[in-house]
Every structure is written in C-alpha cells, then in structure tokens.
Write a protein that binds this ligand. Structure first.
Ligand code: F3S
Length: 72
C-alpha cells in the first residue's frame, strides 16, 4: 500500500509545524513577497510514500488541517 501526501497551499498559513514533525518530507518556503507556505520537499505538489511514518504526525499537528493523505 502507498499514500499520496499533499499540502493545500490555499489553506496553509505557513506555521511550519509540518516541517518540525516530518523534516524529511516537508519544508516551509517563501512563495512570493514574504508569504510562506508549507510544501512537500522536492516535488512541491505531492509525494507518494510507501510508509506513512511521520507524515501522519505532520498532518495531525497542522493547525489548519491542510495536509491531505490519501491511500493510493
Ligand atoms: Fe502549512 Fe500546516 Fe505546514 S499550516 S506550514 S501545512 S503545518
């Protein structure tokens, strides 16, 4: 089984809790003019992972629930 992990950037407020929980897959980057958003590392859109690991923790700590995890 694998999981697709993505960040809804429209909802993200850039709080960086995801990066703290799961630095392997999340990072907060400046988008434009001082606006910061969480992103999936490397792809910027979504990432398919075989094991949920800390991605689940990242989704749970996000204060605006904008990290989506789907089974694929
Ligand atoms: Fe954004 Fe939530 Fe991370 S607000 S920076 S996706 S913890």
């Amino acid at each position: 089984m694998s999981y697709k992990v993505e960040v809804d950037k429209h909802t993200c407020i850039g709080c960086a809790a995801c990066e703290a929980a799961c630095p392997e897959n999340f990072e907060v980057k400046e988008q434009n003019e001082g606006e910061f958003k969480g992103e999936i590392k490397a792809t910027e859109k979504s990432k398919v992972v075989k094991e949920l690991g800390k991605n689940k923790e990242a989704a749970e700590v996000c204060p605006v629930n904008c990290i989506k995890i789907e089974m694929t």
